[in-house]
Design a protein around this ligand. Structure first.
Ligand code: NPW
Ligand code: ADP
Ligand code: K
Length: 556
């Protein structure tokens, strides 16, 4: 069972465990250090076979304390270890201080200060590993040395990525400088230009938001989450060391979501989307086609109907009982030539808006989709009718653009709506929120994509799904989920024209089947990535709906 944690939640979990008497801070630090060493040996088995040389860079807090443990353990394996400290020994927190002193009985600690970088290890001088234990979840402001750190570490890393003998960079908990809540680099610099990137990041107990959002995945290299004995976080039978591909576990109902004393309230948690809950959402019980809902997809003008047809196919494949495409009369022949199982209705009448109103008198039509290929002008015309019908309604693409320029239309949004912007559409709809997210992150925890999506959902009064490799879903209540297609779950080939239209269709299909918007969004986002992964590279949007049956089969 996993939730994705913020730094405050991680601290609260640690504090609760220590307060319960189950474990001490020193034991947790020891396990953290052990977890790092085990992960290094698991990642590069050759390093476990014989002693090597390592540099351990320690910082002024507990992250540095973990570093001293790593140094001691590697020394115990016969390694030659050089240790540097960024900070003053006298100011180390108690547990880190204990581990500093233990190390001092075994070797030297060289100062690592902003001005004096002469003491830095020569990256190519035969070290097998450089351990970055300068800052973890406690970073609250940019630190001046990060450019120097970045230059040194990245030159090592780029060599080692090419398979050469140069050092592997291992980040303890987070690459130093990365904000654990937002996945953004703290500083005025351009993100990533001066970021110390890791080959491997070893975090503890559960992934943090910063590992999965924004620049986190690129910065962390690979992510391993080590178990440090803070309680169950995985489904029974799952491996103790889980990679992010394995965090498809349901958040524990009533578990670490704020129900334990002292932990933050439920609305502060972010859920990893769970395979089990997806399976539940899409399972069909007995019934006839109308019990599985009737989805209506509004289509564009002649020659612009492809997007709506893709959406319709997605809605049908995910199991809506009926799917109808409604098109301008002039587009009837085009659509008829391309659709079979999907029904077709021309919007004939005084105006298309009136025709839509008539069509919506059929109460069995329980989910709508407006946007893909619709055209901004037609979206403006149809939106008032569609929104007045108060059906479950997906608004994507041109419908979002129409909403952006029109506060009166925006005011018609209701709780059964679901907005599915990509970053550009989001910036048009919520320019002030997007500007906050784009501004340099100068204090931690920095404003994150989760914060932005939550703020947007609260303003719109409906669920918002903000797309990307780190798709965030938020409800007006503050409930949030993250569907990250990163690390072992990466599917960059999903960035293909029309993929978003299929997502809108899957969403509409799930709404037609009776899911409420937040569940529909979480389920659809997960299935969308799974369909892409199941197909693999070479994917085009048309493949996505056709891949759904295979994904669904694997769920059952
Ligand atoms: N929670 C858990 O369960 C477990 C946590 N564990 C480990 O603890 C880590 C968190 O430790 P942490 O809280 O001490 O934070 P950390 O990242 O070491 O740094 C904070 C220190 O840096 C300072 N500081 C901040 N910004 C600065 C700047 N720009 N420039 C200079 N200084 C700056 C700040 O002091 P300040 O100056 O703000 O008073 C503070 O002294 C976590 O990542 C994990 O590795 C494990 O042991 C296992 C169990
Ligand atoms: N690098 C990526 N990895 C995984 N998914 C991605 C990536 N880039 C984009 N996506 C997903 O692909 C879809 C693209 O949708 P959208 O931007 O609306 O494109 P279109 O309008 O062409 O369909 C979204 O679901 C988005 O989350
Ligand atoms: K670190």
């Amino acid at each position: 069972m996993t939730e994705i944690l913020t730094s405050a939640q991680m601290r609260a979990i640690e504090a609760a465990a220590i307060a319960s008497g189950r474990v001490t801070g020193l034991e947790l630090m020891e396990r953290a250090g052990q977890g790092v060493v085990e992960a290094v040996f698991a990642e590069w088995p050759a390093l476990a076979a014989a002693p090597h040389r390592a540099v351990v860079l320690c910082g002024p807090g507990s992250n540095g304390g973990d570093g001293f443990v790593v140094a001691r353990l590697l020394k115990g394996w016969g390694w030659e270890v050089e240790v540097f400290l960024y900070g003053e020994p006298g100011k180390l927190p108690p547990d880190a201080r204990v581990n500093y002193e233990r190390w001092c009985g075994m070797g030297a600690v060289l100062p690592l200060d902003d001005e004096r970088f002469d003491g830095w290890p020569n990256a190519a001088s035969g070290h097998a590993v450089i351990v970055d234990a300068i800052f973890g979840t406690g970073l609250v402001r940019p630190y001046r040395a990060h450019r120097h750190l970045a230059m040194t570490l990245n030159s090592c890393q780029s060599l080692s990525r090419k398979g050469g003998p140069s050092p592997k960079v291992v980040a303890v908990d987070l690459p130093s400088g990365l904000c654990s809540n937002s996945g953004r680099w703290l500083g005025d610099d351009q993100p990533l230009d001066f970021a110390p990137l890791a080959n491997l990041t070893v975090s503890f107990h559960a992934p943090k938001l910063g590992h999965l959002l924004a620049d986190g995945p690129v910065s962390c290299g690979r992510l391993v989450v080590a178990d440090i004995g803070l309680g169950q976080r995985l489904a029974p039978g799952a491996e103790a060391r889980a990679r992010p591909a394995g965090w498809a576990f349901a958040p524990a109902p009533g578990g670490r979501g704020g129900r334990e004393p002292g932990l933050p309230p439920r609305q502060d948690t972010v859920e990893a989307i769970a395979q089990a809950s997806v399976a539940q959402s899409v399972a069909k019980a007995a019934g006839h086609k109308y019990t599985h809902g009737h989805a209506l997809i509004l289509s564009g003008a002649v020659g612009r109907g492809g997007a709506a047809r893709l959406a319709a196919r997605g809605a049908l494949r995910i199991g809506a009982g009926l799917v109808t495409v409604a098109c301008p009369p002039s587009a009837l022949i085009e659509n008829a030539a391309r659709l079979d199982a999907i029904m077709l209705r021309p919007l004939r009448g005084e105006s298309e808006a009136e025709a839509l109103a008539t069509l919506l008198e059929d109460a069995r039509i329980n989910a709508l989709c407006l946007g893909p290929g619709l055209g901004v002008e037609r979206a403006r015309e149809l939106l008032p009718v569609a929104l007045a019908a108060k059906r479950a309604t997906v608004l994507d693409a041109d419908a979002l653009t129409a909403l952006a320029g029109d506060p009166a239309l925006f005011a018609l949004l209701h709780a059964s709506c679901l907005l599915t912007p990509h970053a550009g559409e989001f910036a048009r709809l919520f320019p002030d929120i997007a500007a906050k997210l784009a501004a340099p992150a100068t204090t931690g925890p920095a404003y994150s994509k989760v914060d932005a999506t939550r703020e947007a959902a609260a303003r719109a009064g409906c669920t918002v799904l903000l797309k990307g490799p780190d798709t965030v879903i938020a409800a007006p209540s503050g409930r949030a989920a993250l569907n990250a297609a990163v690390y072992d779950r990466a599917a960059p080939w999903l960035a293909t024209a029309g993929a978003g239209d299929v997502l809108a269709g899957i969403l509409t299909g799930l709404l037609a089947r009776g899911l409420e918007p937040f569940s529909a969004a979480s389920t659809a986002a997960w299935l969308h990535v799974e369909a892409a992964r199941s197909f693999g590279p070479g994917l085009i949007a048309e493949d996505l709906p056709e891949q759904l049956p295979a994904v669904l089969r694997n769920l059952s």
